[in-house]
Design a protein. Structure first.
Length: 144
């Protein structure tokens, strides 16, 4: 079952002083962003990422979906430019594929849209999106 993201923030328990805007420390925000980026990498290192993205998109808060869609469409374009993971694995290995995908994150338009999305979503929403998306992807994998 897909559940919506909790829009209410809890106070930070981190020893790092929270930012006045979000109640979340910069370290927690960075970790949430890294977790979400890892989930997106998981999506795009498999064949047929569009189905997985559709499942995850439902978890994104409605107010941030336009930024999410810009980001994911840019990721899809970079993925198409990279080529099929199965063909890349035949030509190289999993390490080369992961390296090639990591290089895609350096594309200026992708970086701009990633930063825009990370700035509009709260750290708590980002963390929840990452954990719920990862859980949902594990459930999808178990079905196949």
């Amino acid at each position: 079952m897909i559940s919506s993201i909790d829009l209410f923030e809890r106070p930070s328990r981190s020893p790092t002083p929270p930012s006045p805007k979000s109640g979340i420390s910069p370290t927690e925000r960075e970790q949430a962003a890294a977790d979400l980026r890892a989930v997106l990498t998981e999506v795009f290192l498999h064949e047929e990422p569009a189905q997985r993205l559709l499942a995850i998109s439902a978890l994104v808060p409605a107010a941030h979906r336009s930024a999410w869609h810009l980001l994911t469409h840019t990721l899809l374009a970079r993925r198409l430019a990279l080529g099929s993971p199965s063909h890349l694995l035949l030509a190289a290995d999993a390490h080369t594929l992961a390296w090639a995908w990591a290089r895609q994150w350096e594309h200026p338009v992708l970086l701009q849209r990633w930063h825009r999305f990370i700035q509009v979503i709260t750290a708590r929403q980002c963390s929840q999106l990452a954990s719920r998306a990862a859980r949902h992807l594990r459930q999808l994998a178990a079905l196949h």
